[in-house]
Write a protein that binds this ligand. Structure first.
Ligand SMILES: Cc1cc2nc3c(=O)[nH]c(=O)nc-3n(C[C@H](O)[C@H](O)[C@H](O)COP(=O)(O)OP(=O)(O)OC[C@H]3O[C@@H](n4cnc5c(N)ncnc54)[C@H](O)[C@@H]3O)c2cc1C
Length: 244
């Protein structure tokens, strides 16, 4: 049962992403047909980027919904994906614990536990025990003639939230910006924040006109809405004028 770390791979971004968003923006204000606009400006990324930045800063975000990113993610915990799938304006396909038997499950070790030798020993001990119980329960159910997903769907009840999983997620740019606002914030749990930061870097590299200013919600607001108690100090809390 080796410890694993996150692996993020961008599978696909909508083709002609910039031109697509630009045509969608322009359609709102132009007498022209977006089909013609799209063909005319496909090769003028500088003009498109400038226009798109202006539109985003004005809060007109729906044209961003036409472009989507698909990521493959592995080496994350079930605790992370439980949080990820709360984002409803997205599509997911996750490795099943019914169809895939956890013969020797990998797991994620939280850094705070990893840095404490006694805690780390305890953590590994319980992971080991769980694997043993999982395998024993599988054998016991096999004795009752239950195997495959029929057994797996019940035996998985003993698996921990630390168990490693794999998931594909597709989000459009508007939802990604929203996701980054929530999950790049230091109030977000460390594992999903780390993943969100990795996704943000990929998005910024692929589509800077849309994502250069994206990040935790304070980035767009210019202040921290979490209040003084939870403020990380990057921006001053709401109502406090000067940055810390
Ligand atoms: C730091 C942090 C702590 C959290 N703690 C908890 C917790 O303790 N318990 C818990 O249950 N959850 C918790 N959450 C999850 C959180 O409540 C949201 O469910 C999750 O972040 C998804 O965000 P969302 O609903 O804004 O976005 P998405 O589902 O990504 O939707 C995007 C936006 O679409 C709109 N929208 C989507 N669906 C609807 C709808 N049905 N009706 C109206 N508008 C809609 C909203 O404007 C929404 O913001 C936490 C999240 C964070 C970041």
């Amino acid at each position: 049962m080796p410890k694993v770390t996150v692996n993020l791979k961008l599978l696909e971004v909508s083709a002609n992403a910039l031109a697509l968003i630009y045509a969608a923006c322009r359609q709102c204000y132009s007498e022209q047909f977006a089909g013609d606009i799209f063909d005319q400006i496909k090769d003028d990324p500088v003009k498109q980027a400038a226009f798109i930045k202006k539109i985003i800063s004005s809060g007109h975000e729906s044209p961003l919904e036409h472009v989507k990113f698909t990521f493959a993610i592995q080496g994350v915990s079930r605790a992370l994906t439980h949080q990820l799938v709360r984002h409803r304006l997205a599509s997911y396909s996750q490795q099943s614990q019914r169809y895939v038997k956890e013969k020797d499950f990998d797991y994620i070790i939280p850094p705070a536990i990893e840095q404490n030798n006694l805690a780390l020993d305890e953590f590994k001990k319980i992971m080991d025990l769980i694997q043993k119980s999982y395998s024993k329960l599988s054998l016991l159910l096999a004795g009752d003639g239950k195997s495959g997903e029929i057994a797996n769907q019940d035996v998985r009840f003993v698996l921990p939230q630390a168990a490693e999983t794999k998931i594909i997620v597709t989000m459009n740019c508007r939802e990604l910006i929203h996701f980054f606002k929530q999950r790049c914030c230091t109030r977000a749990q460390w594992e999903i924040r780390h993943l969100a930061q990795m996704m943000l870097e990929v998005c910024q590299k692929n589509l800077p006109a849309v994502f250069s200013e994206a990040g935790a919600k304070c980035m767009a607001l210019g202040f921290c809405p979490e209040g003084e108690k939870f403020c990380c100090g990057k921006f001053a809390p709401r109502g406090v004028e000067k940055n810390k």
